[in-house]
Design a protein around this ligand. Structure first.
Ligand code: ZN
Length: 65
């Protein structure tokens, strides 16, 4: 562990896994733009999907019990 394999395409920050990247991306590149007409939702969804697939983190997601 410790090897950073994902680089944010929007700010070049690096992350160890898809979950960290997702958290970063949502906080830095998604929530700040909600409500702004200029936000490209379709592109955002594509970016998320791409990284989910690459990291295969869906199985590691915490489920509500
Ligand atoms: Zn970023």
């Amino acid at each position: 562990m410790g090897k950073k394999i994902i680089m944010c395409s929007q700010c070049n920050e690096e992350f160890e896994n898809g979950y960290e990247y997702r958290m970063h991306w949502e906080e830095k590149h998604f929530y700040p733009y909600i409500g702004k007409a200029s936000f490209d939702y379709e592109r955002a969804k594509k970016d998320l999907k791409r990284d989910y697939a690459k990291e295969n983190i869906s199985g590691g997601k915490k489920e509500k019990s």
